[in-house]
Write a protein that binds this ligand. Structure first.
Ligand code: 13P
Length: 334
């Protein structure tokens, strides 16, 4: 696949007013989400839930792509239509999570590094055959008194860049995701500094590994105080700090940037994205790739009555997609 092909997929992922729904929770993570609302973590419940999300009426008006998990990319609707086929028909680009999750970084207590490079070339080839057009790899950067170490930042960015190069070789657009975790009582300033260090290291590593930025998408957290911080910041401050760090670290040749929600409320995640787009134009489209902030309201409703609340749950997915789609244009009115 040529760089032009990769670029056109990347641009479609961040088409104006559209974003991505992340439904790539691993079996372990979805277990936590299900347990929180009293749903049993069976393969059929996982399949049915992903079907509910992907068949939301009107989803493709505001959603350009969906990130799937290994199990999900092999699943079908109850009528036997493979999810990837359904998505292609709707114009929703199939993506796939390919990392194997974070593990403690030996020698650096509190830091983690994401695993999954072994055998990745073959796995990417298989995912491409199954219909995936982009992939996702999440690196986790923890903040505390002693974290992150520069070693953790470099190790994670090196792995992200190796993954990205392998994706492009296999004809998949790499979504590179370093998530600076919101846990902790750090200030917005510390969040800014960590984002800055991580993004500098990431783009340096991508350059070292010959990754073509024109066929790459950045997925990133927002610059925000830690969850346990009592610092009060308004929506505009988060938007301004996030845009500032991106402008000082991310090359303009990147086709687009999407955000994760990372534990923000639905309202916050939409308001922050909207505020960032209101202070544009920026060198790249700024859109969303939310997991929890797209799904949590729907999951709650569905858990109360899987049959009776099915359509209502889909309506909330649609409403979240519409609101975030408007925020991606800076046109959300709250
Ligand atoms: P959240 O939006 O729930 O943070 O999830 C997005 C994601 O895909 C994290 O990797």
């Amino acid at each position: 696949m040529s760089i032009e092909d990769l670029e056109s997929i990347a641009l479609a992922m961040v088409a104006p007013g559209k974003g991505i729904i992340a439904i790539d929770e691993s079996t372990n993570t979805i277990k936590k989400r299900f347990e929180a609302v009293g749903i049993e973590n069976t393969e059929e419940n996982r399949r049915a839930y992903r079907e509910l999300l992907l068949t939301t009426p009107g989803l493709n008006e505001h959603i350009s792509g969906a990130i799937l998990y290994d199990e999900t990319i092999r699943q079908s609707t109850k009528d036997g239509v493979p999810f990837t086929q359904l998505m292609k028909k709707l114009g929703i680009i199939p993506g796939i999570k390919v990392d194997k999750g974070p593990q403690p970084l030996a020698g650096f207590p509190g830091d983690v590094v994401t695993e999954g490079l072994d055998g990745l070339r073959e796995r990417l080839q298989e995912y491409a055959r199954l219909g995936a057009q982009f992939a996702k790899w999440r690196a986790v950067i923890n903040i505390s008194e002693d974290n992150p170490s520069s070693t953790a930042i470099e190790a994670n960015c090196h792995v992200l860049a190796r993954y990205a190069a392998l994706c492009q070789e296999a004809g998949l657009v790499p979504m590179v995701e370093p998530e600076v975790i919101m846990d902790g009582d750090h200030s917005i300033e510390v969040s800014y500094e960590v984002h800055e260090a991580v993004l500098r290291s990431l783009f340096n590593a991508l350059y070292e590994q010959n990754v073509m930025l024109e066929g790459t998408i950045l997925k990133i957290s927002m610059v925000i105080p830690g969850k346990d911080s009592d610092e009060q910041v308004d929506v505009e401050e988060v938007a301004e700090a996030t845009v500032r760090v991106l402008k000082s670290t991310v090359p303009a040749s990147l086709p687009g940037i999407v955000f994760l929600s990372g534990g923000q409320t639905d309202q916050q995640s939409t308001a922050h994205l909207n505020a960032m787009n209101q202070i544009g134009p920026h060198p790249w489209p700024l859109s969303f790739s939310y997991g929890r902030a797209m799904q949590q309201a729907a999951l709650k409703l569905w858990s109360k009555d899987m049959k009776a609340n099915y359509a209502e749950a889909q309506k909330t997915v649609y409403a979240r997609a519409r609101d975030n789609g408007l925020a991606a244009l800076g046109q959300w009115n709250g």
